[in-house]
Design a protein around this ligand. Structure first.
Ligand code: FE2
Length: 234
């Protein structure tokens, strides 16, 4: 077993089995850490945060921070369409820790979760967050939201709602920008083909190498911005 601790948890299946809507939404939560120091970061804690923390603890890991791919409530908690989703506010109670967000996402994260400015660590693209001796690189990939982030750790790419095995994140919601999404997808497509994509939802599967995603995901095959705009109707 290596030093890197990496777990993918599907809401409604691996945890939050009793939480309404969790299974329908098919959100993935990730734990990334250093087995030697016993520290882990949780990516997009939502749906049943106490259970996520318990999974980490059962593996001998302590939650040392949270990474937010973006501010939507199904990823970090909050109330949407009158439904309350468990998330970061619970994490602040049960395992208080720094919450890492992109600069352009901070306001949204505060509004959706009720967290305060002092709970957040503001980042720009290219920043590296260290968990134990494991570095995690932050890539700014706007489009789905202004401050969407992807996280690179070794050969793994945790991509939130920027890229799924099938399709990409919606660009018709408030704050979305279709042109930015095109450029972000090009950025991800330029990563080494052996990079393993770990998406924010189980849309088409839990993980795959980028070379396979590029071969099967039509959104990565669009050659230029003009074609993209035509296909997206923008
Ligand atoms: Fe989203």
């Amino acid at each position: 077993m290596g030093q890197l601790y990496f777990r993918q948890l599907l809401a409604g299946r691996d945890f939050a089995q009793a939480t309404p809507y969790a299974a329908q939404m098919q959100n993935f939560v990730y734990l990334v850490g250093d087995r030697e120091t016993g520290e882990a970061l949780v990516v997009d804690p939502a749906w049943a945060v106490r259970e996520i923390v318990a999974v980490a603890e059962a593996d001998g890991m302590r939650i040392a921070g949270a990474l937010c791919t973006h501010y939507h409530a199904d990823h970090i908690g909050g109330t949407v369409f009158g439904i309350h989703i468990d998330g970061l506010s619970t994490l602040m109670e049960v395992a208080p820790c720094p919450v890492h967000v992109h600069r352009l996402e901070a306001d949204g994260v505060r509004q959706v979760t009720g967290l305060s400015t002092t709970d957040l660590v503001i980042h720009d693209s290219g920043d590296v967050v260290q968990v134990g001796d494991i570095p995690i690189e932050l890539l700014h990939t706007p489009g789905h939201t202004p401050g969407s982030l992807c996280f690179r750790c070794g050969a793994s790419l945790v991509a939130g709602d920027t890229l799924f095995l099938q399709g990409c994140g919606r660009v018709d919601l408030p704050g979305a920008n279709p042109d930015d999404m095109f450029r972000s997808l090009q950025k991800l497509r330029s990563l080494p083909p052996e990079t393993v994509l770990y998406p924010g939802h189980d849309y088409g599967g839990p993980h795959a190498e980028l070379r396979d995603v590029a071969a099967h995901n039509d959104y990565l095959k669009i050659p230029d911005l003009a074609t993209w705009r035509r296909l997206m109707g923008t």
